[in-house]
Design a protein around this ligand. Structure first.
Ligand SMILES: [Zn+2]
Length: 137
């Protein structure tokens, strides 16, 4: 577990801003914003998309990076609204598996008590199911 850098905290703000831009209090469609950086230094954003087959903000942001051929994800963070306050969210179980397949080398910003920390995927999902297909290629 690592401490967050200033750039990590800026990434948290970007996740918050993309949620602010898409959040509507009378709707549950978009309640999570996500931001990620890639090793190439670019940033991609995502929001959750609710529906019969919903996707999470993390999956949306990683998809945006892949669409742009930018597949080496460096750091990712999701922000939601909890009790009326913006808060960094831990990835759901489905996203932990998704990230282990599509962003295996990324670090994930999480809330640990009152602090924000950065975890490797191995720390976040120990004993992960190992898929024998490399989706990052
Ligand atoms: Zn998720």
């Amino acid at each position: 577990m690592e401490n967050c850098t200033k750039n990590d905290l800026k990434l948290v703000e970007k996740a918050k801003k993309i949620l602010q831009k898409n959040y509507k209090s009378d709707s549950i469609k978009h309640t999570v914003g996500c931001a990620l950086t890639t090793k190439s230094g670019k940033e991609y954003l995502g929001i959750n998309l609710d529906g019969i087959h919903s996707i999470c903000g993390e999956q949306c942001a990683v998809s945006c990076a892949y669409v742009n051929g930018d597949r080496d994800i460096d750091t990712i963070v999701a922000v939601g609204i909890v009790d009326g306050q913006y808060q960094v969210l831990s990835p759901c179980g489905n996203c932990r598996q998704f990230l282990s397949e599509y962003a295996p080398n990324c670090k994930v910003i999480i809330k640990n008590g009152d602090e924000l920390k950065k975890l490797t995927l191995e720390e976040l999902l120990p004993y992960a199911y190992v898929c024998h297909v490399d989706y990052t290629k």
